[in-house]
Design a protein around this ligand. Structure first.
Ligand code: HMG
Length: 339
């Protein structure tokens, strides 16, 4: 049986900050945010928007845009790290707003930015196991990323939601459940205790944790792939038409792709190395063009990877039809998945 994404849509707030304006207010060279971090604009939620309204907005767009029958949905999961309640899940509100069937399973998942990927993995297994009995899963990633004023994290905020319909009719993207690599480790790179509305980050350490988890999950992905294809050298180079990453800020995807190339070649490629030109070209060809939305929306935590996927599908679904792409999901704390 096939399984994957049948429909996808996203929603963002109506307001944004131009990163040059934020830089001027903070007396910082705008090039740091625009070139250094790769961010052009940043979505800002108004007081009447939260992770529920954004999730509902994305889900309604998806249901209407793809003409989905609400009776076909048997599972509704929202991945979020910025819910409005410690107990009641956002998915309950979505269940009511969309008028989903009463026999639908409804809950919320959390592991920092990885939450929606956990939901996606669960939905995939649910369908493949046959327990879905022909029903579909609505998976939503919804968050408002907020750090303290004047902190290093401030230019890496954002707000938005992505809704996806997972079914045995994956007309947008088929998911390969056989080949998956995970990597987890307890690290204090980013956290938000229950008393705080703002997240805290050990920023530079978090970048190292992300890159370390990427290498670890790619290694386990390779092991699972090689079980089925023993003669598969340089999987990164030969297999993927595009590589999508969790995008806390656009430059992070650049660092990630660079790291993965080094990891596969088992060599360090420093900035002044002539091979850096090839790394940059490969980044432009397989990663960079999928980051336009991320550069204008900012970090939307659980939805960031899937916003990049939306960008990819919108521009390239025909050009790359039949080819494999890779996705890397990272949740601080940390856990990660390469699939
Ligand atoms: P910072 O220390 O203010 O910035 O914070 P910096 O000094 O590292 O500069 C950033 C880049 O701008 C550097 O480029 C500078 O060289 C460049 P790089 O060396 O890295 O290539 N730069 C300039 N470029 C052009 N002109 C200039 C200029 N000045 C500097 N004038 C940091 C940056 C990302 C650490 C901060 O924003 C932060 O703490 N962000 C939050 C944490 C974060 O996003 N971590 C990412 C990995 S963890 C993750 O992805 C999980 C997460 O999404 C949460 C979850 O899982 O739920 C965060």
């Amino acid at each position: 049986m096939k399984v994957g994404i049948e429909a996808i849509a996203f929603d963002i707030p109506k307001f944004y900050i131009d990163m040059a304006d934020l830089a001027h207010c903070r007396s910082i060279d705008p090039a740091k945010f625009i070139k250094g971090l790769g961010q052009v604009e940043m979505s800002v939620a108004s007081p009447c928007e939260d992770a529920v309204t954004l999730a509902a907005g994305a889900a309604i767009k998806m249901m209407h845009g793809f003409n989905i029958d609400k009776e076909s949905i048997g599972l509704c999961v929202v991945g979020t790290e910025t819910p409005i309640d410690q107990s009641k899940p956002i998915a309950s509100h979505i269940h009511e707003i969309l008028g989903l069937p009463k026999n639908c399973r409804v809950f919320e998942t959390k592991h920092a930015c990885y939450g929606a990927t956990a939901a996606l993995a669960m939905a995939t297994d649910w369908i493949l196991s046959g327990r879905a009995q022909g029903k579909k899963a609505l998976i939503i990633a919804s968050d408002i990323a907020r750090y303290g004023l004047n902190t290093a994290g401030e230019p890496t905020q954002g707000a938005g939601a992505v809704a996806m319909l997972i079914s045995s009719n994956p007309r947008l993207l088929e998911l390969e459940s056989n080949y998956v690599g995970c990597y987890s480790e307890q690290v204090m790179d980013f956290w938000r205790p229950t008393y705080s509305k703002e997240a805290f980050a050990d920023g530079h350490f978090s970048i190292q944790c992300y890159l370390n988890a990427l290498a670890g999950s790619f290694d386990t992905y390779k092991e699972s792939f090689k079980k089925h294809h023993s003669d598969a050298p340089e999987i990164l180079n030969n297999r993927f038409a595009a590589c999508l990453y969790h995008v806390p800020f656009v430059k992070m995807a650049n660092k990630a792709h660079h790291k993965l190339i080094e990891h596969e070649l088992n060599t360090k490629i420093e900035k002044e190395d002539p091979r850096m030109e090839d790394v940059q070209r490969d980044f432009n060809e397989r990663v960079g063009y999928n980051l336009k939305l991320n550069s204008k929306v900012g970090n939307i935590y659980t939805g960031s990877l899937y916003l990049s996927l939306f960008n990819f599908l919108e521009q390239n679904s025909e050009r790359h039809s039949g080819r494999a792409i890779s996705l890397f999901s990272y949740g601080s704390g940390c856990t990660s998945e390469f699939f």
